[in-house]
Design a protein around this ligand. Structure first.
Ligand SMILES: Cc1cc2nc3c(=O)[nH]c(=O)nc-3n(C[C@H](O)[C@H](O)[C@H](O)COP(=O)(O)O)c2cc1C
Length: 172
């Protein structure tokens, strides 16, 4: 591989020019232990079968649990849910502490489900692909929930929570 002519900060700055949505990911393992973290590397992958993915850093404290999770939930956050994104992105805080500050209930297999997000996808972990300092986690989705809202999605752009992405006005 050719040696890159940029450093990590430049690479991060370049990637941050791409605006994303923001999700809150929760997971549970066979012993009932949970993880909760904020994720913007979410994307849909396959329609049939229904699959999505997100990437997790191997140095995240949530990583060991995500790597043995039996069920995972991905919640698409709205513009008024920045507080959840900040809470779930706080390092050095346990999942129990993160979850203590939000409303949630146990979904299929006990995975924590946040009731009030615009879209929720629940599933089991399929393939995990190690790549660099992250793991690409593929989810086989078996439940979805849609709660349409006039509120826009929470966005992340240039390293900050950003002006939200609003619905496009219908064209005539
Ligand atoms: C907007 C935003 C998006 C993030 N996206 C990811 C991501 O896609 N993958 C990841 O591993 N960490 C991501 N993080 C960082 C994790 O949320 C953070 O490392 C983690 O929640 C800290 O807790 P942990 O170390 O207990 O996992 C993101 C943080 C923020 C604020």
């Amino acid at each position: 591989m050719t040696e890159p002519l940029f450093d990590t900060a430049q690479f991060r700055a370049v990637c941050s020019q791409f605006p994303t949505g923001v999700t809150a990911v929760t997971a549970i393992d066979a012993d009932g232990e949970c993880a909760a973290l904020t994720v913007n590397s979410f994307t849909s992958v396959s329609l049939e079968p229904a699959q999505v993915l997100f990437c997790i850093g191997t140095s995240a404290s949530s990583y060991p649990l995500i790597s043995r999770a039996t069920r995972v939930a991905v919640h698409v956050l709205r513009q008024d849910q920045e507080e959840i994104a900040r809470r779930f992105a706080t390092s050095g805080v346990t999942a129990a502490e993160k979850l203590a500050g939000v409303s949630w209930s146990a979904g299929p297999g006990g995975v924590p489900v946040l009731p009030d997000t615009s879209a929720t996808l629940l599933g089991t972990v399929g393939d995990r692909i190690h790549s660099g300092d992250h793991v690409i986690v593929l989810l086989d989705v078996d439940h979805v929930d849609l709660k349409p809202s006039p509120l826009s999605a929470l966005a992340f752009y240039q390293g900050r929570f950003a002006a939200p992405v609003g619905p496009v006005a219908p064209t005539a």
